[in-house]
Design a protein around this ligand. Structure first.
Ligand SMILES: C[C@](O)(CO)[C@H](O)COP(=O)(O)OP(=O)(O)OC[C@H]1O[C@@H](n2ccc(N)nc2=O)[C@H](O)[C@@H]1O
Ligand SMILES: Nc1ncnc2c1ncn2[C@@H]1O[C@H](COP(=O)(O)OP(=O)(O)OP(=O)(O)O)[C@@H](O)[C@H]1O
Length: 302
C-alpha cells in the first residue's frame, strides 16, 4: 500500500444552466453545461485506523470535519462497496470557495474516491467510480471527468464536450455562501412554469471553436435571478466586472461566486484588479479553462 496519494481536482463554472420544473423527487431536470476551471483543491489520503478529515486553506473553518463531509462520505461509499473498513486520513488543501456555487464539496468527494481507490488498491472501474459519484451528488461526476460536459437528468448524466481553445476567467468570491436547495426553491417561486431545459447549439459551437466572444453571447444561468433575489448585492459585483471590460458576467451555478469571461489573460488580470479594489467582493482571482478532472498528482511509497 502507498504511504500517501495526493489527488488534484478542479472547480467548475456552469456556462449554461437551463433548469426545468421541480420533479416529484424534489430535483430539477437540467441542461447543465459544465466547464472545469483551474482553481483546485488537493486531497491527500494516508492510511489510518479510522476515517479522519483535516482541512487547510483560508476557508477551512467553514468545512465540516464530521461524517457529513462529502470526502468522508465518498471514502465510506467506496469502502462499503469493497467490503473494507474506511481507515484513511484525508487532508483537504482547500482553495475552491466554500458554498460558492463552484462545486467545492463535490470536487473533494471525487478526489477522495480517486485517492482512496489508489491508496487501497481497490481497482474500481471508471464506471463504478462514476456510479458512486452520482450517488454522492449531482455535481460529483463532473468533478471526476473535468474538461467540459453536458449534464442531463439532475446533472449527473454526462456527455463529454470538445473544447477548441482556452478561456480566461475571473472569479469573485463573496462573503458568506448560498444554500443550493434554497436557490432552487427560490427558482421555483420565481418560475411557476419552467420550460423543458435544452442545451443551446450556439453555446456548444462556441465551446467547440474556442471562441470567447461567441461563448459570452450565449452563456445563461437560469438560477441567476434566484441567486440575485436572495443576494441583491451580487448585481453590484456583476456590474463592476462588466464595466471593467468582461465579455460576460454571470453568477456561477447557485452562487454567490460571480464569474467573468475575459478576452485574454491581460484583460482577466485587469478585471480582477478592478474587482479587488471595488469592495464589491471578498476576493477576485483569475483562472483558465478547461482544466482536467480529478487525477493523482503525487504518490509516496510502494
Ligand atoms: C447548482 C449546481 O451546482 C449546478 O451544477 C447543481 O445543480 C447542484 O448540484 P449539487 O450541489 O451536487 O446538488 P445535490 O447535492 O445533488 O443536491 C442538493 C440539493 O439541490 C437541489 N437540486 C440539485 C440538483 C438538481 N438537478 N436539482 C435540484 O433541485 C435539491 O434541492 C437537492 O436536494
Ligand atoms: N469537502 C467539503 N468542502 C466544502 N463544503 C463541504 C464539504 N463537505 C461538505 N460540505 C458542506 O457543503 C456545503 C456546500 O459546500 P460546497 O463548497 O460544496 O458548495 P457549492 O460549491 O455551492 O456546491 P455546488 O456548486 O455543487 O452547489 C458547505 O456549506 C458545507 O457545509
Amino acid at each position: 500500500m502507498p504511504q500517501s496519494v495526493t489527488v488534484r481536482v478542479p472547480a467548475k463554472v456552469n456556462v449554461q444552466l437551463a433548469v426545468g420544473a421541480a420533479r416529484p423527487d424534489g430535483f430539477h431536470d437540467l441542461a447543465n453545461v459544465f466547464l472545469a476551471v483551474g482553481l483546485y483543491d488537493e486531497v491527500t489520503a494516508t492510511p489510518a485506523g479510522d476515517l479522519r478529515i483535516t482541512v487547510s486553506g483560508a476557508d477551512a473553518a467553514l468545512v465540516p470535519l464530521d461524517a457529513t463531509n462529502l470526502a468522508a462520505r465518498a471514502a465510506r461509499a467506496l469502502a462499503a462497496r469493497h467490503g473494507r473498513e474506511p481507515g484513511v486520513h484525508l487532508h483537504i488543501a482547500k482553495d475552491i470557495p466554500v458554498a460558492g456555487g463552484m462545486a467545492g464539496g463535490s470536487a473533494d468527494a471525487a478526489a477522495a474516491l480517486v485517492a482512496c481507490d489508489a491508496l487501497w488498491g481497490t481497482g474500481a472501474s471508471r464506471a463504478e467510480l462514476l456510479e458512486i459519484c452520482a450517488e454522492l451528488g449531482s455535481d460529483v461526476p463532473f468533478s471526476l471527468v473535468g474538461g467540459a460536459a453536458l449534464g442531463t437528468g439532475r446533472g449527473e448524466r454526462l456527455a463529454e464536450l470538445a473544447v477548441g481553445g482556452e478561456f480566461h476567467w475571473v472569479f469573485a468570491a463573496a462573503d458568506g455562501g448560498l444554500s443550493t436547495p434554497a436557490v432552487y426553491a427560490e427558482f421555483d417561486r420565481l418560475t411557476p412554469a419552467a420550460p423543458v431545459p435544452e442545451a443551446s447549439p450556439a453555446l456548444l459551437a462556441a465551446l467547440r471553436t474556442g471562441d470567447a466572444a461567441a461563448l459570452a453571447a450565449s452563456v445563461a444561468n437560469d438560477l441567476q435571478p434566484a441567486a440575485l433575489s436572495l443576494r441583491p448585492s451580487l448585481a453590484d459585483t456583476l456590474r463592476t466586472g462588466e464595466e471593467a471590460g468582461a465579455l460576460a458576467a454571470l453568477v456561477s451555478g447557485s452562487g454567490p461566486t460571480t464569474a467573468f469571461l475575459a478576452k485574454d489573460a491581460a484583460a482577466a488580470t485587469a478585471i480582477a484588479a478592478t474587482l479587488n479594489a471595488s469592495g464589491t467582493c471578498r476576493t477576485a482571482r483569475v483562472a483558465l479553462s478547461p482544466a482536467p478532472g480529478a487525477g493523482v498528482v503525487g504518490q509516496r511509497g510502494a
